[in-house]
Write a protein that binds this ligand. Sequence first.
Ligand code: IPM
Ligand code: MN
Length: 347
Amino acid sequence: MSELIAVIPGDGIGPEVMDQTTRVLTHVRPDLRFETYQLGAEHWQKTGEVLSDETLARLAEADAILLGAVGAAPGSKAIPSGLIERGLLLKLRFHFDHAVNLRPSKLYPGLPTPLAESVVADKLIDFVVVREGTEGLYAGNGGRFRPDTPQEVATEVSINTAHGVERVVRYAFDLARDRRGQLTLVHKHNVLVNAGTLWRRVVAEIGEQYPDVTTDYLHVDAATIMLVTNPDRFDVIVTDNLFGDILTDEAAAITGGIGLAASANLNLSGTYPSMFEPVHGSAPDIADQGIADPRAAILSGAMLLDHLGHRADGDHIRRAVETDIVQTIGVRRGTSAVGDAILAALG
Ligand code: IPM
Ligand code: MN
């Protein structure tokens, strides 16, 4: 049976970039089947439903999930903060046990970057952040006591399990072994001593099985500086959920912008579908104008193919997008024109 991809176009520019992504995926693998799910902010505004158990059960049957973007348009019915993020996006990541949130960054030659010329010149800026995807401060472990009073108490407790840390660290070591053999742990163990000790112990222990991988460590504040002053020092970064969230926005900003940043949320055991999404949001300000850049979504589609075992097809798409990126610097094109160009490059 051909593979089934659940597509959640979502809000804003999500549907536009998903259209181009499914076009490209169909081009390289005509046997793929797609099933579209209407979910997101607009869906909630219309129906009051965020994600039902029934929909979750149907999504679980897919081989992989493609997600465009979710987020309300300004001026539309207000949505309580966190409702869609926690109730849809994080629910999918947690329920489907997306242990690894994989976010590659590469600065293509000639691409505009806010980095200094001296930082970029003749350097290979090509690294991957392996962000833990199911734990940390995202776990939702906390509460409000005496809310809305002067005595209010609010807690958010970071969860770090040996199981969760070990699996993401092992993944990062394997990835580093396949790349340039350099793994950097980013944390803040001088302050977050409990979680920091666990992360460092796990990296040291697993590292013994990878003598071919060099490891080092940076506090997260120092890592934000290094990304701007010395980004070529990075190959694979492994870090917790919130540090990874912050670092990957910075990583995207220095390597061509969030419009090119792809990501994968990986279920490592194969028990549930993995999910692939561009890092950018729903960008309501440019929605429905046919001008959104679909390349982050298309690159996420390439990661989907890698994950399903179609690595050659994933590489084929990546090469086409990379060629397109370097050949169209400074050129303005519409969303479907970008899709056309990539299809043409695929041959
Ligand atoms: C991301 C986003 C999400 C996150 C939000 C929308 C919940 O910022 O994918 O990086 O924090 O993980
Ligand atoms: Mn983010």
